[in-house]
Design a protein around this ligand. Sequence first.
Ligand SMILES: CC(C)(COP(=O)(O)OP(=O)(O)OC[C@H]1O[C@@H](n2cnc3c(N)ncnc32)[C@H](O)[C@@H]1OP(=O)(O)O)[C@@H](O)C(=O)NCCC(=O)NCCS
Length: 150
Amino acid sequence: MLALRPARPEEGAELTELCLRFKAVWGYDDAFMAACRKELTLTPASIRTSQVQVAELDGRLAGVAEVKSAGDTAQLEKLFVEPAMLRSGTGRKLLDWAKATARAAGATALVIEADPDAAEFYRRMGAVDDGLVPSGSIPNRLIPRLNLPL
Ligand SMILES: CC(C)(COP(=O)(O)OP(=O)(O)OC[C@H]1O[C@@H](n2cnc3c(N)ncnc32)[C@H](O)[C@@H]1OP(=O)(O)O)[C@@H](O)C(=O)NCCC(=O)NCCS
């Protein structure tokens, strides 16, 4: 049974490796993944200061999401699901948590700077396109920005 719980600060290193492994599902090469490492890193401090939630299936980590809220908008910083579990509802559950968390912090929209391969998932979840923005990891790469009204 899939269960959600807050991440623990001491899980930062393990969750960082998990984010990298889960993002690699789109077939990126080693150089691309190395360039993403900084942006996908979770530390004990970042887990303490932002909102990070993990999904577990029978005690094993199956997904992770991070939200940062500021005023009336919130940013979905991370959303990653175990490749063996794709398309089984874990992403939707974690996104529902992210929406509720952002709403509770007073946000009226959740902003997502998405991997291009994940953008269609967010559109299915009700997000609308809001242009392209520079990737935080790869120079000269533009990625879709989406806005999910809360
Ligand atoms: C994007 C991601 C989080 C989606 O998670 P998931 O658990 O597979 O999604 P769900 O099973 O909850 O899917 C919910 C719905 O979206 C659809 N969907 C999921 N991924 C999709 C995709 N890539 N393209 C189109 N539709 C998609 C599902 O079919 C399902 O449709 P339904 O409403 O008809 O049931 C997951 O693919 C992932 O972790 N990818 C690798 C890391 C990544 O790129 N994360 C996003 C960073 S911005």
